[in-house]
Design a protein around this ligand. Structure first.
Ligand code: ZN
Length: 304
């Protein structure tokens, strides 16, 4: 059976895996993005993963990127979490370093959603919205028969940059008060810093929940903001399903019930949409982009 190499580029980690036509990961590797080292370091990391994982049955490579991604050309007009990434043509940069047949570049959250629609939590639903809570907050919109909605400037579904608090915290997209500044990993760390003046990463804040009231407060505010955000999404597009994915959902056991309570408090439709967590967790992006390579470059037909 043919396979594709899917590479999911995040602000903190790069997850890469060989995916077969059934959506199964045969082999994978996760490395640090080293986003602060700049784009060349990140590009070299991606190429080294391609060299390590590709095999004779690999018929294409798909790479996700955060930000606004032109899926026709590979141009990234904006990506806030990796320095020097905005304004590059990812496809051209990779091809300069290594020749690759069937190279596809896509937005990370859109691909996380495609994976869930293909073989995950959103399979069988006619409409779904994905929120990826990682370092930042990504989003994706899917409607049956249309597929992933891209928009006229490849910005559709970039829900992290809808404004949650007018004139609020500055976002590196140029706006103020974007949802991403209040929801997901970096936002939790910011919440905690605003209360205590201490710089901890979101994982450290989560670890303190049971013994630090300020950590609990920081998380409570984030979960309340997430519920407000889902309320807006639900009124905006009325999806059957909202799927929450990304590394931050690893801690869902400590906040899921609270999220549902806040959602019921804020929303005019208490039990809809259905809320679920993603099936593929940290691997959604790489599975989704593998599916995109199969669909785009290989016609999607199966070949045992
Ligand atoms: Zn923004």
């Amino acid at each position: 059976m043919r396979n594709v190499l899917g590479i999911d580029l995040g602000g903190t980690k790069i997850a890469a895996g060989i995916v077969n036509e059934n959506g199964e990961i045969l082999e994978h590797k996760i490395i640090n993005t080293r986003a602060k080292d700049g784009k060349d370091a990140v590009l070299n990391n991606i190429v080294s993963l391609i060299e390590k994982l590709s095999n004779e049955k690999t018929v294409g490579v798909g790479i996700t990127s955060p930000g606004f991604v032109n899926t026709d050309t590979g141009f990234i007009s904006f990506a806030g979490n990796i320095s020097g990434w905005s304004g590059i043509n990812l496809k051209e940069e990779i091809l300069k370093l290594k020749y690759i047949k069937n190279l596809v570049v896509e937005n990370d959250a859109n691909m996380a959603l495609l994976a869930e629609v293909w073989e995950g939590s959103a399979k069988g639903f006619d409409s779904s919205v994905m929120l990826t809570l990682g370092t930042g907050l990504g989003g994706g919109l899917y409607i049956k028969n249309t597929g992933i909605i891209l928009g006229s400037n490849f910005k559709a579904g970039e829900l992290g940059h809808t404004i949650l608090y007018p004139n609020g915290r500055e976002c590196n997209c140029g706006q103020k008060g974007c949802a991403e500044r209040y929801i997901a990993g970096t936002a939790l760390a910011t919440n905690y810093n605003e209360i205590t003046g201490k710089d901890l990463c979101s994982k450290e804040v989560i670890e303190l929940i049971d013994r630090d009231l300020n950590a609990a407060k920081a998380l409570d505010k984030m979960i309340s903001d997430l519920a407000i955000f889902i309320t807006t999404i639900s009124n905006f597009i009325d999806p059957e399903l909202v799927v929450l994915g990304g590394g931050f959902t690893d801690s869902k056991d400590i906040w899921w019930e609270k999220l549902i309570d806040y959602y019921r408090k804020y929303s005019n439709s208490k039990d809809k949409p259905i809320l679920k967590t993603a099936k593929f967790k940290n691997f959604a992006g790489l599975i989704g982009v593998a599916k995109a390579v199969f669909d785009k470059s290989l016609g999607g037909e199966r070949n045992e």
